[in-house]
Design a protein around this ligand. Structure first.
Ligand code: ATP
Length: 149
């Protein structure tokens, strides 16, 4: 169905703000961006990315929503410890966890990002990650032109 992405992301962010007591801002130069997409799948992906940002960082989180050419890009950015270059190519693998996160109390199974990527591919999108140790992580979800109105 047709979804307005900014209010959609705002709704998801609000539940995380309440439960996680964290500042989450939505940044976009547009007031409204519409897409044709499956909302339950998109919601699951954004929840996984926000859940990671909450687990692996301690300060504010930004959700950036852009529209460029025929694509929509949703970025979830944190300012946590980041992921080192040797681990980064593997974080989308099933059950892969960086050692330092395995030791954490905030458990996980290393499944979130692999599930997110499978979901994104099912609607012809792209999921990419950029990270800098000590700076933070940015995960971008690109929605292809087919699903844009
Ligand atoms: P779960 O199965 O609960 O999602 P998980 O968070 O460990 O567990 P993934 O979401 O697949 O699993 O993430 C894989 C690994 O990538 C994590 O264990 C963590 O080491 C690293 N990672 C993911 N997101 C971030 C992030 N925002 N900042 C730092 N490291 C991250």
């Amino acid at each position: 169905g047709k979804i307005e992405l900014i209010s959609f992301c705002e709704g998801i962010a609000q539940t995380f703000r309440r439960t996680g007591n964290r500042e989450i801002t939505i940044e976009s130069e547009f007031k409204e961006i519409y897409a044709m997409t499956i909302s339950s799948k998109l919601e699951q992906v954004i929840v996984i990315l926000l859940d990671n940002a909450m687990k692996y960082s301690e300060s504010s989180i930004q959700i950036m929503i852009k529209r460029q050419d025929n694509e929509i890009v949703i970025g979830v950015k944190d300012h946590g410890g980041g992921i080192s270059p040797e681990h980064l190519p593997h974080v989308f693998d099933r059950f892969y966890r960086v050692d330092s996160s395995r030791a954490r109390k905030t458990g996980g199974n290393g499944l979130g990002l692999s599930i997110a990527r499978t979901l994104v591919e099912s609607f012809d999108g792209k999921l990419e990650i950029q990270s800098e140790v000590g700076e933070g992580t940015l995960v971008t979800l690109t929605l292809s032109h087919q699903i844009l109105i």
